[in-house]
Design a protein. Structure first.
Lengths: 423, 198
């Protein structure tokens, strides 16, 4: 091969090769990723986002956009595999995700078997992947951090925590289980139209569990948000020529009732209703205190919870509010300001993860450059510097500042095939 | 793949067993076909016989063909201590250690609203009755630290505490040979709480 010998980045995690087999629209590809910037250029619907999705899959253990894992397997094929070989702290590691359709006993039944390989050791649980290859993704969808419902903001912050501390997954999963169980109990009680003593005792047991895991989640989110905030503030201030000041707060009692149609509802509502408790008040509080507040809120809203057959108190209803110069960023910020704000937050994420990894994580930019003007591109560029491996998808190279293309590795993507391009 | 009807039916039945997938179900079915008719009848009657004769002990709810069960009937068992477990298989696991000399109480499950299991579906009322009437001094909860297990423990503790007896829960730690890196947070923090000087 006549490639210029791969130079190694200093202090950066580095993907070496990505091998896909029957993943989405890829029958079989093996791509060596450049040490600096790698561009994937292609028309729409050729597989650019699919490629980044595969890298994210072995990094986070899940796909953010697939509604069902079976979607990931190439149509008509029995199984997929994604393997990424990468270097972390100078040591080569390998992560692999395999998913196979299983012959089901009954027609219509869909069974999948999953196998995870981390450095050759096999695991049946996705959690084994966490904490190895660390990535940060920028997507057009990131604007949902401002425009979307509270769930986007919660998932975002949880996603960052999981990359800092993978065992947080256990807390999230236990909490989710508690909520499902508790909601079912509320439903049973509501339908029985009376609350027995035994029901009350049982609810109390579930309340304690909700408060225990819930307070852990709330504390963890507050801690992380308080770490991200100064970095995001600095970025925002820089992008706005020191004219805009960003504030964020964690609201741990979501404003009622619009929560259900989360798409319509932005965080502007948080202003109408004073929060039961917010980060500024509780950052220093012990987990125990937060748990006590949750217990109190649960007691206050018991009647309503039973009537609505839903757990209304807890981190699954919380929100993060974002304000620029003291007014809600959702309601009042211009499109450009919103783009800057999202960029500021995402760069804060990158910086925070760089700190916890001890080196820069791999950056995945899916079609986002078109969205950024020259000033924002430059900020991103300076954050990325020469010391972050970056994989960038785009439909065309026009619009990129020339500095982005220097020394870049370029591939074309067409219908699930990837080929090297020399400019 | 096509199986003749009775064979397909047998495979289907085996597949309903916990932990049995399509492949093992097939292997088991083929194994049955390879047995002598006598052996198969022996197996079938063993199944029916066990189902007909093994019942829950009326006192501790363990499986037994006699009532009270062998453990409850033994006079070498300390009746002042009751060890509460979720399932008969947990009791058997504890018995294997030969460490414990008290009596047992099998809850026949854990609280789990999603599976339609509330306190009424478990043998909780009977447990409280035993504690009330049998001069019990200590109740040991040998219940796994899952979300459902913890809910059951919290519920039981709420009922047992006012009765003025000692309520303890067995310690959970890391599995021997388990990988510390992948032990979950909950297990780890429990293992920390239950640590001992060496
Ligand atoms: N399981 C699958 N098997 C085969 N093809 C699939 C599968 N899942 C998705 N695809 C195909 O992948 C293509 C989408 O790829 P992708 O989202 O990566 O496009 P893209 O190159 O990012 O396009 P755009 O520029 O529009 O974002 C679609 O044509 C879709 O039909
Ligand atoms: Mg795309
Ligand atoms: Zn008995």
């Amino acid at each position: 091969m006549l490639e210029s010998g791969p130079k190694t980045l200093q202090n950066a995690m580095q993907v070496k090769t990505v091998t896909l087999s029957n993943f989405r629209n890829y029958p079989d590809v093996n791509v060596s990723v450049g040490s600096g910037k790698t561009f994937l250029i292609g028309e729409n619907a050729q597989g650019k986002s699919n490629f980044l999705e595969a890298v994210e899959l072995v990094s986070t253990g899940r796909s953010a956009r697939a509604s069902q894992d079976s979607e990931l397997i190439r149509w008509g094929e029995p199984q997929l595999s994604v393997q990424v070989i990468f270097e972390r702290m100078g040591v080569e590691e390998s992560v692999e995700y395999r998913l196979a359709r299983q012959t089901a006993a009954r027609p219509g039944q869909r069974l999948l078997s999953r196998q995870i390989l981390v450095n050759g050791v096999s695991y049946s649980f996705v959690k084994a992947l966490l904490g190895h290859l660390i990535t940060v993704s920028f997507q057009v969808d990131d604007l949902n951090l401002l425009r979307g419902g509270p769930k986007y903001r919660r998932d975002w912050i949880d996603g960052v925590i999981l990359r800092v501390r993978p065992t947080f997954l256990d807390v999230l999963q236990s909490f989710a289980k508690v909520i499902s169980q508790r909601n079912r109990l509320l439903k049973t009680i509501c339908e029985a139209k009376r609350v027995t003593v035994s029901d009350q005792d049982q609810l109390l047991a579930w309340d304690k569990q909700l408060a225990r895991f819930g307070s852990q989640i709330i504390k963890e989110r507050m801690r992380l948000l308080s770490e991200l905030l100064p970095r995001a503030q600095e970025n925002q201030s820089h992008l706005s020529g020191r004219r805009e000041s960003l504030q964020a707060d964690y609201y741990f009692k979501a404003p009622e009732p619009k929560e259900d149609d989360s798409r319509e509802y932005g965080n502007g509502v948080a202003e109408d209703l004073p929060p039961a408790s917010s980060m500024s008040a509780l950052l220093e509080a012990e987990e125990q205190e937060v748990a006590q507040i949750l217990m109190r809120l649960l007691k206050e809203r018991r009647r309503e919870e039973i009537a609505r057959k839903q757990s209304l108190v807890g981190p699954h209803r919380d929100d993060i509010s974002l304000t620029l110069n003291d007014s809600s960023a959702v309601t009042f910020a211009s499109q450009g300001q919103q783009r800057s704000l999202v960029l500021s937050l995402k760069l804060a994420e990158l910086e925070r993860l760089t700190e916890s990894c001890g080196e820069s994580p791999v950056l995945l930019l899916d079609d986002v450059m078109a969205e950024l003007d020259a000033g924002r591109q430059r900020l991103l560029m300076s954050a990325v510097g020469d010391n972050t491996q970056t994989i960038i998808t785009t439909t065309h190279l026009a619009g990129f500042e020339p500095s982005w293309l220097e020394g870049a590795t370029i591939y074309s993507v067409a219908a699930g095939a990837i080929e090297k391009v020399t400019l | 793949m096509h199986f003749t009807r009775p064979l397909a039916k047998l495979i289907e039945e085996f597949q309903k067993f916990p932990g049995v997938g399509p492949k093992s179900a097939q292997r088991m079915a083929f194994h049955i076909l390879s047995l002598s008719s006598e052996n198969v009848h022996g197996l079938a009657s063993a199944i029916v016989d066990a189902k007909d004769r093994v019942k829950h002990c009326s006192r501790c709810f363990h499986y037994s063909a006699q009532d009270p069960c062998e453990i409850c009937a033994s006079d070498r068992r300390d009746r002042h201590t009751i060890c509460v477990v979720a399932e008969p298989r947990d009791l058997i696991a504890l018995e294997r250690t030969r460490e414990y000399k008290g009596s047992y109480h099998v809850l026949t499950g854990l609280i789990s609203p999603m599976e339609g299991k509330g306190p009424e579906q478990l043998s909780i009322r009977e447990l409280i009755h035993r504690v009330d009437s049998e001069e019990v001094k200590e109740v040991i909860l040998a219940i796994s630290p899952t979300v459902e297990g913890d809910a059951t423990v919290l519920y039981l503790n709420h009922l047992l505490k006012p009765l003025g007896i000692k309520v303890t829960r067995i310690a959970f730690g890391l599995p021997v040979g388990g990988d510390l890196e992948y032990a979950d947070d909950v297990t780890l923090s429990r293992a920390m709480e239950g640590r001992r000087e060496i």
